[in-house]
Design a protein around this ligand. Structure first.
Ligand SMILES: C[S@@+](CC[C@H](N)C(=O)[O-])C[C@H]1O[C@@H](n2cnc3c(N)ncnc32)[C@H](O)[C@@H]1O
Length: 253
């Protein structure tokens, strides 16, 4: 198996990720509430440790060394491993979390079954709803990116069916000043997407055909300079939250 577990090579592209993808405290509060009163938590696809609680016993699991190396001194070290084969006993932890990672797994159903197997309580998954992606204005500038993302995102209902006897799906409102730099986080700050460092921390750009990223930069730059973007979307610059594609799916045993 490759040293990176998913469809994107974080070994090659992961450096610099933590600086742009800083966990957002409002999203974090939703994730932590979903973990309930769990004392022991497994974080799968843990990356640099975003959204990981620091007031509970955490086991972090992450396949990419470049991501494990970016974990700060306030995080537990992550062990190398894959969602599809968790190195834990059945019901070993009170709760499991998997944040913005399931779309990258090579065997989604095997991974989801593993999350359910090792958790005594909730399985908390944060994932994007592909059906909502085309509603975002980015679709006008980078349709290839949205199309590629839609192919990667597993249906939310599919995830929900596999992580518990019952599961609840909750929309996650994105704040205007969201500190976690995923593509929809910049719904009201389009200029930020022109920064190559921002796009480098968003795996989706790696799936675009040759030349498409340059065309995106050119067309968005032109529309911002001419005021065309603002003509259509100026309200987003002050809109406090945005209902993005992000969903919190919480399965119960
Ligand atoms: C977008 S990052 C999210 C990291 C972290 N959860 C966060 O919210 O910042 C996705 C992570 O999933 C990891 N990943 C990819 N395939 C995986 C697999 N099969 N099992 C576990 N993690 C995987 C990647 O290495 C990467 O660190």
């Amino acid at each position: 198996m490759a040293s990176h577990g998913g469809d994107f090579d974080y070994e090659a592209h992961g450096a610099g990720y933590a600086a742009i993808r800083r966990p957002d405290s409002r999203i974090e509060a939703l994730v932590h509430a979903a973990l309930g009163d769990a004392r022991t938590v497994l974080n799968v696809g843990a990356g640099a440790g975003s959204y990981e609680p620091t007031d509970r016993h955490v086991i972090a699991l992450e396949p990419a060394a470049a991501m494990r190396a970016q974990r700060g001194p306030d995080r537990v070290p992550a062990i190398a491993g894959f969602a599809e084969a968790l190195p834990l006993d059945d019901g070993a932890v009170d709760a499991v979390m998997a944040i913005m990672t399931v779309h990258q797994w090579s065997d989604l159903d095997a991974g989801l079954a593993e999350l359910r197997r090792v958790s005594r309580g909730p399985v908390v998954v944060l994932a994007g709803d592909g059906d909502r992606l085309p509603l975002y204005w980015l679709n006008d500038y980078a349709p290839d990116l949205i199309a590629a993302e839609q192919l990667r995102y597993p249906p939310i209902a599919h995830i929900a069916r596999r992580i518990g006897r019952t599961a609840q799906v909750q929309a996650v409102p994105i704040p205007l000043d969201c500190t976690d730099g995923f593509t929809e986080a910049f719904y009201g700050r389009p200029e930020r997407l022109l920064d190559p460092a921002v796009r480098k921390a968003q795996s989706s750009w790696g799936f675009m055909p040759e030349g498409a990223e340059a065309r995106f930069v050119e067309s968005l730059s032109a529309d911002l300079a001419s005021g065309h973007w603002d003509d259509r979307h100026v309200h987003l610059r002050t809109q406090p939250t945005f209902e993005s594609s992000m969903r919190l799916i919480v399965g119960q045993p």
